[in-house]
Design a protein around this ligand. Sequence first.
Ligand SMILES: [Zn+2]
Length: 242
Amino acid sequence: MIVIPMKMEELTWEDFEKIKTRVKGLILPVGSVEAHGKHLPLGTDVFAPLEISRRVEEKLKDRGIDILIAPPIWYGHSFVLNVYPGTINVKSGTFQKYVQEILEEFAKEGFEKVIILNGHGGNIYPLIGAAEEVVEKYDVEVVLINWWMDFKEEISRICSSQGHAGEDETSVILAINPELVKMEKAIGERRTRPVRIIKKDIGLDIFPNGVNDNPHNATAEKGEEILEVVSEKITNILVELL
Ligand SMILES: [Zn+2]
């Protein structure tokens, strides 16, 4: 019996060819490289979906379902946070087209279900746009999961607030790798606007220092709880869908 490694990038093409017909679906983690306050790493929005993917793959395996995890898409659309160093913004149309072509490739490989596990808000519209284009042309279904939004209710039972580089995200990174978090610099507040304003430096107003929430009460325990509940919920959803 071949033991299936969970990551596509670790397979040879021959193994991939065999395995792709056996797995029930593919998880594509998508994130961004962007400022997350002075306390969180630039890769935060990729680290979270990668860890959730790992847990979901393990949980599905326990239930007798094999899936494959694709290499993540690191760079995303991040216009608003682009005022801070280290944010690498890909324009919405370019990002959409890029994701679309990747989805098309997976559809051509024969995957009937692609699960996009997204870690970044700015990606949502282009991801939907990309998926819509692909499902019209190919026999593929795309499941889009925005973990911090889709499981808001569960997360709000663990954290007193939610937001960019806030209590929830900071807790999750503390649980994944505490060495990457500078808690002494974890300060911020929630800022909202009644309407969406699009202007070049809007990030300075809405995300001062790259934060939009108070991360002060973040803990690794809360992060572990979030990762566990979100992974369990996603697993249950995928058991139904796959
Ligand atoms: Zn984030």
